[in-house]
Write a protein that binds this ligand. Structure first.
Ligand SMILES: [Fe+2]
Ligand SMILES: [Fe+2]
Length: 330
């Protein structure tokens, strides 16, 4: 514990370069591969050292001190992320932890993983290890994502960020939530579609980044064709992974429309599996409320989607609207 009180960075801003960690993430009988610090006045004091076993006393003492946050150093963040992954299911199921803190843990775990899967600087961002971790994460999340109160808390986190991985997470949460309203007892399907939703735009990594930042009307026909190739490229990126068929369908068909105006197949209505119809709708919605350019409010985005009339499945649109209003996102 911090009895030895190793003090670091006693200057004006002691929390610079540090990440906040919820005290609820100190789980007795677990070992953190990261050092935890407490803020005391203008100083940080070591609370638990790297490799130290967390105990009931650690937890009780935090309660007594009424600590809102602990801190970890940036260099330890990847260790914290793997600790979160290892313990996520338990944290999400723990009714003693406020839903708000569980939502924060879920967001931290998901962002750290999705960020790597979409990292252009890594030689192979989507490998078997990451794929297995994403599958495990979605599996552990299903029960939590089905709760209305969890959605309300998660809504705060998932609306932020313009990067591909933020979009993947936002689309995944909405898609799984819509499916939760009509899929019963088919966790395998929900996990497969959840993976497809988080990875649906992975093929964009194969194309120049600036292509997607430009307005559609400023692109030449061959550039437009390149953009249209990203679903097929995504399937190629994932070809060495043991992906379920539904995940591949999600990646390949996320730009289809029920009236046949989408791509690459131009399939219509019932030809598209219901999960593809949900994903294509949630993808369009998230693109309208996110993105680097002009961003619409949720109300404007839904109005725009409704005005397209035949493009999306009206039943799924109704379900999406109900979820957004329950989560207070409209
Ligand atoms: Fe896409
Ligand atoms: Fe997308």
């Amino acid at each position: 514990m911090g009895n030895t009180a190793e003090s670091i960075q006693p200057k004006k801003n002691p929390t610079r370069g540090l990440f906040k960690v919820s005290p609820y993430m100190v789980i007795p009988s677990r070992v953190g591969g990261f050092s935890l610090y407490l803020k005391q006045g203008d100083s940080l004091v070591l609370y638990a050292d790297k490799g130290e076993l967390f105990t009931e006393q650690h937890k009780a003492r935090l309660g007594k001190l009424e600590v809102d946050h602990l801190y970890i150093k940036a260099e330890d963040y990847s260790h914290y992320a793997s600790y979160l992954h290892d313990n996520l299911e338990e944290v999400l199921d723990d009714e003693a932890i406020p839903v708000k803190e569980r939502a924060r843990a879920w967001n931290d775990a998901t962002v750290s993983l999705a960020k790597q899967a979409f990292d252009r600087t890594l030689p192979k961002p989507m490998n078997k290890k990451r794929f297995t971790m994403i599958r495990k994460l979605i599996n552990s999340s299903l029960k939590f994502l089905a709760r209305d109160d969890a959605m309300r808390e998660l809504a705060r986190f998932i609306k932020d960020g313009h990067e591909l991985f933020n979009h993947g997470i936002g689309v995944m949460v909405l898609t799984v939530s819509v499916m939760n309203t009509y899929v019963k007892d088919d966790a395998d399907l929900l996990v497969a579609v959840g993976m497809g939703a988080i990875l649906h735009d992975i093929g964009k990594l194969e194309l120049p980044e600036d292509l997607f930042a430009r307005r559609w009307s400023s692109l030449s026909l061959s550039e437009q064709d390149l953009i249209r190739s990203h679903p097929a490229l995504g399937v190629g990126v994932c070809s060495s992974l043991p992906l379920p068929q539904e995940t591949l369908h999600c990646i390949l068909f996320h730009h289809e429309r029920v009236d046949g105006t989408g791509y690459p197949s131009g399939g219509t209505g019932e030809m598209l599996p219901s999960y593809v119809r949900v994903l294509s709708l949630c993808n369009e919605y998230d693109n309208l409320v996110r993105g680097a350019g002009k961003v619409l409010t949720p109300f404007e985005a839904l109005t725009r989607i409704k005005s397209q009339r035949t493009a999306h499945d009206p039943e799924m649109l109704k379900r999406l609207i109900a979820i957004l209003s329950k989560a207070e996102m409209t």
